[in-house]
Design a protein around this ligand. Structure first.
Ligand code: NDP
Length: 494
């Protein structure tokens, strides 16, 4: 050739892929599904921070909700595993990515294995890896997938071609080789022990460099006309990104070549977005009509309409049942109602426990014993503490009838009268996730009620209770369909 290679523009290709992802996100949003990706970063690795920032920006671009969990370098492996487990259980998180490398004192394999394979958007969990080896697709590691897409972009068919991959890591080299094999190429994998590397690479119709050594692949090592994909990223002393391929000389020999930056890097991130959407679809589809949701109700007030909760579950053919009703007030209305409906009901006397922690622990245990997955807190949040919140992450909903920001925290008294006295024009009911800051959990479902002239405390209360019921029904329905997203109205809370 000698005419100069055609440059495979990863940035442009990634933009096209991202546009497609954006479309898919829009379609999912219309169904009430809000894809979410959470990145876990342990420590202060500057390169990792750069990667994560880039992932965040791209999530924003395509409409995926991203969150990051930052743990200190000193975190124990158990803390990381706990964080992962919590994310595994969180229905709003569809993709989990633990940024590598992890600090030396923890085992990366152990952490990778802990990720729910359905949420493993990096594709490093062994179940997903074996899918790649079985040639089955699924959640394929992002970088190798990006490599294949760039080769496709060249228009050069891989079938029957000789592909040489330099590098045999579990996250790039090996899976890339497997995908090339799947495309019908004849594959050679080279590594640091390979003899006469240049002779090997020179035979490649398709050359993939994943070594991590700047300008390692020189002109002499490349077959004229070859497709050259440069995975390597190294930061040069003057802070520039350098690939494994000596671009300036190799571009005179190769047929197609990817630049660094602007080649595999952007494609990796685009593929991460695609994997997140894929994971989200799998999870929201497989959840439908599956199991019965076991709901635990905790309440300490006398007047709250527990009947609404029971009705919501019993008369709306929801795929849910009440597993346990619990209160710290002997004659709480919710206990009375529960007993009337033959639901398991438990009075737990706070005073008989030495500490709130012990009280919470007992309540948590009882809920767990009853198989409870979702907790409805009714007028109770003031005496619930973190251990209990932690035990049911993101499954804790709080019916918050006062609703109005102006009344945050002021709903123990006759809030309806207070609302009227303040001359407010709208009330309502909210279900929101309770977090450590009990008033700040993202809103799940919310409905408002206009306050009309001549409204009384009682008439308002009735309306609020009716709406409360609608809110519970709709939240439980969405939850059972896997479409409940705590991020939906997050902005309102910020
Ligand atoms: P690893 O360090 O895990 O693997 C490097 C591979 O190169 C090993 O298999 C090693 O062989 C081989 N190698 C090292 N020296 C030589 C040599 N002299 N001759 C032949 N083979 C050699 O790195 P990764 O696979 O994780 O990443 C490779 C590169 O890709 C890095 O620069 C990384 O930053 C980049 N990367 C880029 C991504 C992107 O988004 N663009 C994503 C992920 C990685 P052996 O096994 O024998 O030691």
């Amino acid at each position: 050739m000698g005419m100069g290679a055609q440059i495979l523009n990863g940035t442009a290709l990634a933009a096209a892929h991202k546009e497609q992802v954006r479309e898919e996100v829009r379609a999912l949003n219309q169904k009430g599904i809000f894809p979410g990706l959470t990145v876990v970063l342990v420590g202060e690795n500057p390169a990792s921070k750069v990667y994560i920032a880039r992932k965040e920006v791209t999530c924003e671009e395509v409409g995926i909700h991203s969150q990051k969990i930052l743990l200190p370098e000193s975190a124990s492996e158990k803390e990381v595993l706990d964080a992962v487990q919590k994310l595994n259980r969180n229905p709003a998180v569809h993709g989990i990515l633990v940024q590598l490398p992890l600090p030396k004192h923890m085992n990366e394999q152990t952490v990778m294995q802990a990720i729910d394979p359905q949420k493993d958007v990096d594709g490093f969990q062994s179940q997903n890896q074996s899918q790649v080896y079985a040639g089955k697709g699924g959640l394929v590691p992002c970088t190798p997938r990006g490599v294949i897409q760039l080769i496709h972009e060249s228009g050069v068919s891989m079938e029957g071609k000789h592909a040489v991959v330099v590098g045999r890591s579990l996250i790039v080299g090996k899976p890339a080789a497997m995908l090339l094999l799947g495309e019908g190429a004849t594959v050679t994998i080279c590594h640091s022990k390979t003899k006469n590397l240049g002779e090997m690479t020179k035979q490649a119709d398709i050359l993939v460099a994943a070594v991590g050594k700047p300008k390692f692949i020189t002109k002499e090592m490349v077959k004229p006309g070859a497709v050259v994909i440069d995975v390597g990223i190294t930061r040069s002393p003057d802070n520039k990104l350098v690939g494994d391929v000596d671009f300036d000389s190799v571009k005179d020999v190769a047929g197609y070549i990817t630049p660094v930056p602007g080649g595999v890097g952007p494609m990796t991130i685009a593929c991460l977005m695609e994997n997140t959407i894929r994971a989200c679809k799998n999870q929201t589809q497989s959840k439908k009509n599956s199991r019965k949701i076991v709901v635990g109700v905790i309440g300490s007030t006398k007047g709250t309409d527990m009947q609404a909760v029971i009705d919501a579950i019993e008369s709306h053919s929801l795929n849910a049942k009440i597993g346990l009703v619990c209160s710290n007030v002997t004659d709480a209305y919710i206990l009375e109602r529960a007993r009337k409906h033959n639901l398991p009901a438990l009075f737990l006397d706070r005073k008989s426990f030495p500490t709130t922690e012990a009280f919470d622990a007992e309540m948590t245990q009882k809920m767990k014993d009853a198989g409870v997955e979702v907790i409805l807190l009714i007028g109770y949040k003031r005496i619930v503490h973190e251990p209990l919140l932690d035990a049911f992450p993101l499954h804790i909903w709080n019916i918050h009838p006062s609703l109005l920001p102006a009344f945050n925290g002021k709903f123990d008294a006759d809030v309806h009268q207070e609302v009227l006295d303040a001359g407010v024009k709208v009330s309502g009911a909210t279900l929101h996730i309770v977090t450590a800051d009990v008033d700040k959990g993202p809103i799940l479902v919310q409905q408002t009620i206009p306050i009309v002239d001549g409204e009384t405390s009682d008439s308002l209360k009735q309306k609020v209770q009716a709406v409360e019921m609608e809110v519970i029904v709709s939240a439980l329905r969405q939850y059972s369909e896997g479409t409940l997203s705590p991020f939906k109205d997050q902005k309102k809370n910020e």
